[in-house]
Design a protein around this ligand. Structure first.
Ligand SMILES: Nc1nc2c(ncn2[C@@H]2O[C@H](COP(=O)(O)OP(=O)(O)OP(=O)(O)O)[C@@H](O)[C@H]2O)c(=O)[nH]1
Ligand SMILES: [Mg+2]
Length: 310
């Protein structure tokens, strides 16, 4: 019996890794395969170094990092046969810089997840997936419909709450900060241990919307007491480097503690995970790899690197 379950667990783990590897195959092609493929000389020559650089930039690693890596390849005299391993080591050590990739969670405490990001990044979908995961793990979960801005946003969250079989607090025609205040109050009164707060999509250049988001964050900070707070910035993986400027604006406004990258299925732009760790020291903790309720993974550095390189 025990062995049977153990085997099942291992199969499940392998299945999850294969799923991840499959979802990341386009990123692996752009970030690894296309970079090493065209290099034939024992020591890459000037033209090949230029190609490496432009391929790394195309893979959405960002210019700064691409230039830095090519400089290292040149000065450390990395041979073409060593190139793959060199990239593997470099990417791993960049990801190592961020402190942890585990989502803050303590089963004996209230855990608040405040989910932010620009329009259409995948916030509400991520919330649905996350709610389902927490519910299945035995938590008492409350969703808070903090997006009072877009018509039908609350309805969309409501549908996800039913799919995940969790409770929701929503209030039509209310201010976001008022709904969030009520949500936190209810969570304490009714002993929820996971609260996930949705927010309206914001364009990072829209001053008023960012100001409103700060106000909501202020309400959370003031009322969270001893709770864990994870402020998640959701980035659309298909937008690649655009995510960097979003990270800067949102981080300044609400003190982001973790990144969720969505839509990694089918995009070659997954290099953003590496550049965001390098530039802002922000850990990616969740990745979305599909539209279904189970298409979410907790980010794991080793699995990510292995899925790209092995
Ligand atoms: N392929 C794929 N699609 C996704 C993923 N996550 C979200 N989507 C899709 O992206 C679209 C936008 O998702 P939402 O969750 O509504 O995004 P949002 O950030 O809440 O959008 P606003 O509320 O308008 O700001 C939907 O069509 C989702 O199905 C993912 O991981 N993979
Ligand atoms: Mg939404």
């Amino acid at each position: 019996m025990f062995n049977f379950f153990k085997k099942k667990d291992e199969e499940k783990k392998q299945g999850a890794f294969d799923f991840l590897k499959n979802a990341l195959s386009k990123t692996a092609d752009s970030l690894v395969n296309s970079v090493i493929q065209g290099v034939h000389n024992n020591l890459p020559d000037e033209y090949e170094l230029e190609d490496i650089e432009s391929n790394l930039i195309k893979a959405d690693l960002g210019i700064e990092l691409a230039v830095e890596l090519v400089e290292k390849i040149k000065t450390q005299k990395i041979k073409s046969s060593e190139l793959k391993n060199f990239l593997k080591q470099e990417f791993s050590s960049i990801l190592e810089k961020t402190e942890t990739n585990a989502l803050k969670y303590d089963k004996d405490k209230l855990n608040i997840y405040f989910v932010t990001g620009v329009n259409g990044a995948g916030k509400t979908t991520l919330i649905g997936k996350l709610a389902n995961k927490f519910k299945q793990e035995g938590n008492k979960v409350l969703l808070v419909a903090g997006d009072t801005f877009r018509a039908a946003a609350e309805e969309q969250l409501d549908i996800w709450s039913k799919r995940a079989n969790v409770d929701i607090l929503r209030e039509d025609k209310a201010q976001s900060s008022a709904v969030v205040y009520k949500g936190l109050k209810r969570a304490k009164e009714e002993s929820y241990n996971v609260v996930i707060i949705d927010s309206a999509g914001r364009l990072q250049n829209k001053f008023n919307l960012i100001e409103e988001l700060k106000k909501v964050k202020g309400v959370i900070d003031k009322n969270k007491g001893e709770a864990n707070l994870e402020t998640i910035l959701v980035l659309d993986g298909t937008q690649g480097q655009n995510g960097l400027s979003q990270a800067q604006v949102f981080n300044e406004a609400v003190d982001v503690t973790s990144i969720a990258i969505t839509k990694l299925d089918g995009t070659p732009k997954g290099g953003i995970i590496i550049s965001i760790a390098q530039k802002y020291n922000l850990p990616t903790k969740l990745i979305g790899i599909g539209e279904g309720i189970n298409d979410i993974c907790e980010f794991n550095k080793n699995d990510f690197i292995n899925a790209l390189f092995d």
